[in-house]
Design a protein around this ligand. Structure first.
Ligand code: ZN
Ligand code: ZN
Length: 340
């Protein structure tokens, strides 16, 4: 029997359940998972009562696996552009609104209920069915527990610094929040040859990671009288976005990367924004183009320019996802990865 980590109802903990997979349809493939990272967005699904999705919901969206039939090693993508929306048609697939998806092919074994996959993946599971464009080939030399991080945290963080708000050589960069995404922004800024990279987090332990991964300075509080060309908010709460805006220099760019909760609001002084020519941008998953970005990120990792190994602080089994959420809520570790 196959297994998957499901949320069965709002407010309930995640639970390993037996599931059944229907046959894949046209343009769909079956992927057997090797490693799946536990991302804040999975916890968000639980905390937000399902993120607007119908129950039951399969959690997990940062997966590396093998395509059944071809044996190809792939990383799953939740943002493979459709080719047909307004953004795709005008040639900017990084801004696609309606990424490709498979039909819902997973059913809860107990009652046959159709399962909704988180972020079109739902891959805390033995196997999943995805649209074939969601399965991006990556080199097998990269260990699966590292490769999987490319699918969300790393593509999101590095992509925010290279795609959404491209950091230039010599730039001054501030990064707020040093979890898997924030630390990937730090690495993206380092790859872009930023001159200054300030990492901000309340947890001193996370700042040690940030320093190891490329931050030139770290702080638990906002440093006075400092200005930056770029400020990235990898947290996504009102205080951190306000902080990001307050940290940018003239014509600087503040980028919202973290996923905000429903109803979160900020108040910004218009005159200050205008006078400073401030720019505020939103990054969805680093505005990734997975077919291009995933192989490039894998290559950077294999060349030693992108440190994925340090981001994996714990490997766990499918049964331990709920425990990983508890650790995440407590602020410990960077990435727990479910390995098979
Ligand atoms: Zn994620
Ligand atoms: Zn599109």
């Amino acid at each position: 029997m196959e297994r998957a980590v499901l949320l069965n109802a709002p407010g309930e903990p995640a639970r390993v359940e037996e599931v059944e997979l229907d046959e894949p349809g046209p343009e769909e493939v079956v992927v057997r998972l090797l490693a799946v990272g536990v991302c804040h967005s999975d916890l968000y699904v639980r905390e937000s009562g399902g993120w607007g999705m119908p129950f039951p919901i399969a959690l997990g969206h940062e997966g590396c696996g093998v395509v059944e039939g071809t044996g190809e090693r792939v990383v799953l993508s939740w943002r493979s552009p459709c080719g047909g929306c307004r953004a795709c048609e005008r040639g900017v697939p990084r801004l696609c609104r309606s990424p490709n998806r498979a039909r819902r092919r997973m059913r809860r074994a107990a009652d046959g209920a159709t399962v909704t996959p988180t972020l079109l993946c739902g891959c805390f599971a033995d196997r999943v069915v995805v649209h074939r464009s969601q399965a991006i080939p990556v080199p097998e030399e990269l260990p699966p527990e590292q490769a999987c991080l490319i699918g969300c945290a790393v593509a999101t963080g590095v992509g925010a610094a290279l795609n959404t708000s491209p950091v230039w050589e010599g730039a001054r960069v501030a990064v707020i929040g040093c979890g898997g995404v924030g630390l990937s922004v730090v690495q993206g800024a380092r790859i872009a040859r930023a001159a200054e990279i300030l990492a901000l987090d309340r947890e001193p332990a996370k700042l040690e990671w940030a320093a190891r991964l490329g931050a030139t300075e770290t702080a638990t509080e906002r440093p006075p009288d400092r200005r930056f060309d770029f400020a990235f908010d990898a947290v996504g709460i009102p205080q951190t976005l306000e902080l990001a805006v307050s940290l940018i220099d003239h014509a600087g760019i503040a980028t919202l990367v973290g996923l905000p909760h429903e109803g979160a609001e900020v108040t910004l002084g218009l005159k200050g924004l205008f006078d400073a020519r401030a720019q505020i941008r939103v990054s969805h998953g680093g505005d990734m183009l997975p077919a291009e970005d995933f192989p490039r990120l894998a290559r950077l990792a294999l060349d030693g320019r992108l440190d994925l190994a340090s981001l994996v602080t714990r490997t766990i089994s499918l049964d331990e996802v709920e425990g990983a959420f508890a650790e995440m809520s407590a602020g410990g570790g960077i990435r727990s990865v479910v390995i098979r």
